[in-house]
Design a protein around this ligand. Structure first.
Ligand SMILES: Nc1ncnc2c1ncn2[C@@H]1O[C@H](COP(=O)(O)OP(=O)(O)OP(=O)(O)O)[C@@H](O)[C@H]1O
Ligand SMILES: [Mg+2]
Length: 265
């Protein structure tokens, strides 16, 4: 039975869709069946990122009950996607997402959900459908305050919040330090992705950074996150080796704790 992972942020443009595509690609490289679903029904762009521009059947048709979820799947080279419709004008019920995805959980190891940048019924549909949730933030005050609001909202709902992904980091001293971000939001940072112009270059070619620059820092960090989510032994550091390192990275420690607590019971 596959797990559904929601990628959330109530702030726009922080990198939800970019993370869904690159993480989806990284997960697929572990020989896993991966499905990406565009839960951003009001302003969908997962299909645009992946050059699926005018799909005949979309998530919107599925939620309207006009099509079976399987009919909305487009098969790409490394993973499958269910895009949403750019042109949908009629009423749909996003709260049916969980129900619609349940029959697909048997066919996929991981289903990644993209989401809109606001707390509306579409976001609640994604939250309810998710077995694990990551909040994306950039390391600046406005994004972090929104991430805090998102985290509080999720905690109040008892939603399965797994961690934070800090995106577009320049690693410069004008940014909010990682330990402050983590203390403020009170959720472990599971990955720190650098600001990298190759993300934009890759997207202009409808590729992920893993295809475009497989040996870049962003690809390495995404691979490490994918590995730990799948319980792959090779990637996370062993707890012992963490303490031998002079200064282990916060996200390395958190990934190791996640691995030990999730897969080593
Ligand atoms: N690590 C990164 N380095 C550089 N640019 C990035 C990075 N991640 C994302 N971007 C760029 O930031 C922009 C917004 O990214 P993206 O569309 O993934 O955000 P989003 O959170 O899904 O936005 P929305 O809320 O509008 O759906 C895009 O132009 C993307 O290429
Ligand atoms: Mg998006």
């Amino acid at each position: 039975m596959g797990k559904v992972i929601g990628i959330l942020s109530l702030k726009g443009g922080v990198g939800k869709t970019s993370t869904v595509t690159s993480l989806g690609h990284a997960l697929s490289k572990f020989d896993k069946k991966v499905l990406l679903v565009d839960g951003n029904l009001s302003a969908p762009n997962l299909g645009i990122h992946l050059n699926v521009l005018e799909p005949e059947i979309t998530l919107s048709s599925v939620l309207k009950g006009e099509a079976h979820p399987r009919e909305a799947i487009s098969q790409l080279e490394n993973f499958d996607i269910i895009p949403s419709s750019l042109y949908n004008r009629s009423l749909i019920n996003p709260l049916k997402l969980r129900d619609k995805l349940s029959s697909l959980k048997r066919s996929y190891d991981v289903i990644l959900l993209d989401s809109p940048p606001s707390i509306n019924e579409e976001t609640i549909g994604v939250i309810n459908a998710s077995d694990e949730i990551f909040i994306i933030t950039t390391p600046d005050y406005s994004s972090i305050s929104t991430a805090l609001k998102t985290a509080r909202n999720l905690k109040q709902r008892g939603a399965p919040l797994t961690g934070l992904i800090v995106n577009k980091s320049y690693k410069r001293n004008f940014e909010i330090p990682l330990n402050h971000i983590e203390e403020t939001i009170d959720v472990p940072i599971m990955a720190v992705l650098p600001h990298d112009v190759n993300v934009l270059k890759a997207q202009s070619r409808f590729k992920t950074p893993l295809e475009y620059k497989p040996n870049s820092e962003i690809s390495d960090e995404i691979n490490r996150l994918a590995a730990v989510l799948l319980g792959e032994k090779s990637k996370p550091l062993k707890l012992k080796s963490l303490f031998k390192k002079i200064k282990p990275k916060k996200q390395d420690i958190n990934r190791t704790i996640f691995y030990e607590s999730t897969f080593k019971q």
